[in-house]
Design a protein around this ligand. Structure first.
Ligand code: SF4
Ligand code: SF4
Ligand code: FES
Length: 480
């Protein structure tokens, strides 16, 4: 097997470089077996860490083809590129994890470790947070680290783990705020790369934010947004006629009715960027889909849940569920990644929720004409990791774009209340994404999230189109 390994000797090299090695390993060999073979057969000086060899100690974490992985668990493949985690480099694949460990809080039992009893309920709640093996894969791939003073997901996970422990006497909420609790974009990259599947954003970040809010530690911009939602049921102020004011209750399709769905518009498409939602109605019509639009729907609550203002959520959930149950639909479409993720993950709905791209691909859609230009696709985190949808938008985009250049996913920085609460951080995360967009050479970016749409346009200066608007452009061209 041939693999390429990043090498760096601080005594002789100014920069890391890559070397390609060919070694004989058994079928099914792990990345760690390949590294052992390189050390034993070719270069005994190669440096890498390992200990348990069984996915339990976390010491062997490296990047394989750009993504963090435990070398002892990941099957090696021909042509793999093995690099160190994105942490301060010591030598070859060995990084300096001491600063990360220094950010981790330890149990502070005060004068007495046995004074407080840890109940079965406490253990049940702590459990999903204490599986961490400190591999620091999450820290290595968190977009907020480096764009702010954020201590990172492992440190915040530990804050919540201790916050839940009745034996702990320190103020973990205040400490978490000081460690950058409000810097997390809730992109869920840390969950994707965690070998133990720890859900830090939901189980630690959002819970600590709710506690911070209850203690008056919310960011000013988040407070204003929460007040707006509580007074109007919407996170965006009405400046002109909204989507819901402009469309009928039912939109009948052209020709045969192939499906009937409800449509959840979301605050941004309802009042700030209305045209893509109107375009989506045309696309659904064209594809034989009857759309029912209950006018009593309100904000899904995503901006509140992500920023810790959870008090008003039950009312929003009840109003939205009632609106669609009364409409008698069994499927509700969304076209905002954040709304879709919230309805799917934070609600218990008696109806199915589907993203518009998911539904169109599943039902089958009329091919549009090709539209001129080079297009790339930005995966909204709340669609990719919140709903596990990545293929369907690409299927639609490839059907309409004259030229499509793919781009690997990365958070743009707009989510989790970061753009409203900490705009400088959102701009720095966005700048990294803008570089990636530039490398594709695309003239246009396409996405399925109004927040990403807005932010990407700001950081790249490029036009950003919603997939529904582009599809409609293709249909109009076909009709000419
Ligand atoms: S959700 Fe994203 S920004 Fe937040 S801690 Fe995880 S990787 Fe970092
Ligand atoms: S939370 Fe997961 S990814 Fe992060 S250090 Fe712990 S085990 Fe590794
Ligand atoms: S060597 Fe312990 S997790 Fe890989």
């Amino acid at each position: 097997m041939k693999v390429t390994i990043a090498r760096f000797n601080p005594e002789t090299d100014a920069e890391p470089h890559q070397e390609t090695y060919e070694v004989a390993v058994r079928k099914g060999a792990r990345v760690l077996n390949v590294l052992d073979a390189v050390r034993d057969e070719i270069d005994p000086s190669i440096s890498y860490r390992h200990c348990c060899r069984g996915g339990q100690c976390g010491s062997c974490a490296v990047r394989v083809n750009g993504e963090p992985a435990l070398a002892c668990m990941q099957e090696a493949k021909e042509g793999d590129l093995i690099e160190p985690l994105n942490l301060p480099l010591i030598r070859d694949l060995v990084t300096d994890i001491a600063p990360a460990i220094a950010q981790m809080a330890w149990l502070n039992a005060g004068d007495c470790l046995n004074c407080s009893h840890v109940s079965a309920e406490d253990i049940e709640e702590i459990s999903p947070l204490r599986e961490c093996i400190e591999c620091f894969s999450c820290l290595s791939s968190c977009p907020a680290v480096g764009a702010s003073t954020y201590a990172g997901p492992t440190a915040i996970r530990q804050q919540r783990r201790l916050n839940l422990d009745p034996r702990d006497h320190a103020d973990r909420v205040e400490e978490a705020v000081a460690k950058g609790l409000f810097s997390c974009t809730t992109c869920h990259k840390c969950v994707e790369v965690c070998p133990k599947g720890i859900e830090t954003p939901r189980k630690a970040v959002e819970k600590l934010r709710a506690l911070a809010v209850s203690r008056g530690l919310a960011l000013p911009a988040h407070k204003s947004l929460a007040a707006l939602i509580e007074s109007t049921g919407r996170s965006v102020e009405r400046k002109e006629p909204t989507f819901l004011e402009r469309v009928p209750d039912v939109i009948e399709p052209e020709g045969t009715v192939r499906a009937t769905v409800g449509f959840f518009v979301g605050c941004m498409f309802n009042a700030r960027v209305v045209q893509p939602a109107l375009d989506a109605m045309e696309v659904l019509k064209r594809n034989g889909i009857r759309v029912i639009i209950p006018k009593t729907q309100v904000c899904c609550g995503s901006p509140l849940i992500r920023t810790g203002f959870t008090g008003f959520i039950p009312e929003l959930q009840e109003r939205n569920i009632k609106a669609f149950v009364d409409a008698g639909v069994d499927t509700v479409l969304t076209m905002c990644a954040g709304c879709g993720s919230t309805l799917k993950n934070d609600y218990q709905t008696p109806f199915r929720v589907a993203d518009i791209t998911e539904f169109l691909v599943e039902l089958g859609f009329e091919e549009p004409a090709k539209v001129a230009g080079t297009y790339t696709y930005h995966d909204p985190c709340h669609l990719l990791r919140g709903q596990h949808i990545s293929e369907q938008p690409r299927v639609l985009l490839k059907s309409v774009a004259e030229k499509f250049v793919d781009m690997s996913p990365r958070c743009c920085g707009a989510g989790g209340g970061v753009k409203s609460g900490q705009p400088e951080e959102a701009a720095l995360i966005g700048a990294v994404r803008a570089e990636m967009v530039k490398e594709t050479g695309a003239d246009y970016i396409v996405t399925v999230c109004p927040f990403c749409e807005f932010h990407l346009h700001q950081v790249t200066g490029l036009p950003v189109k919603n997939i529904a608007s582009l599809m409609l452009e293709g249909y109009r061209k076909k009709d000419c």
